[in-house]
Design a protein around this ligand. Sequence first.
Ligand code: F6P
Length: 342
Amino acid sequence: MKVLGVLTGGGDCPGLNAVIRGVVVRAAETHGADVVGIENGWQGLMEGRTRPLDRDDVRGILARGGTILGTSRLDPYVHGDGYESIRETIKDNDIDALVVIGGDGTLKTAMQLHEDGGVPIIGVPKTIDNDIAGTDTTFGFNTAVEIATEAIDRIATTAEAHNRVMLVEVMGRTKGWIAAYSGIAAGADVIVIPEIEYDLDDIAAIIRKRHRRGKTYSVVVVAEGIDPPAGLEMEERIDQFGFVRLGGVAYAVGQEIERLTGFETRVTVLGHLQRGGTPTAADRVLATRFGVAAADLAAEGTFGVMVAMRGTEIVPVPLSEACESVRGVPPEIYNVAETFFG
Ligand code: F6P
């Protein structure tokens, strides 16, 4: 490997800069390679927006949120001619290995480019949603859970002071990892996730029972990806790249809970707070390990794979394995959460 390209695609996530730093330092210092940073995800490859990255460029970025390279949801297959739209930039920059840090969409595109154009790609799984198959976890998830847990803890005290039911909506798209983990960590009274069908009457019964036992408040954690309550269809919103925009379903759920229980109910949607700012120590370590492992795989010429966490090890898994499904919360985790409902 002489020149290693690196890009970050999709929604940002705490730890992206730690991966970039890991890739650059390992590739340059251990493997003697040059590193080219590609700006704004696939867009940079399509438009030839690149810049050299050396050790000095990545000093001081380990703890920084966001990504120094920028990111976008532009996709060469959706917004271009697939491999043809990135061929020139790869050739012009003599890129002979490419590290792609992204979520399921970005990794799917990476797999296609590897298959169609033989692009020598290594994926790094990134998302606060923790829903990528093939790896036990993704960096960014731990940070999002910490932020959500702190928020739920804070909301519980004001809920108690005002005798209210408080709903906290967290991110996660179609999966409920952030809701399940932050809900367990903060001792939520009910957790609603897309993987488990919910019944508003059951939720109202749990809250009423809790209040009969002398508790004057309840905290309900709601994953953004759940279906709205029956009869309360929500308008579908699409972003500029054609992705469904989630967020706000808890308002409809809260309205119904207030109607069914008669308890004053308030809703907080945490939104992008969960994605911004500095990564936790655990995410900094995981992201650094992923970055280093990706540079090592590039140096040994192993492509078409994603670095993955399996137990305590970082291992390569085929990109196809990462792309074949979206990983949901297993029933046993939800079962643990349910034990403490009410
Ligand atoms: O996939 C990460 C994520 O943060 C989801 O949890 C959330 O639904 C989505 O991205 C938000 O995306 P955007 O930044 O486009 O609003």
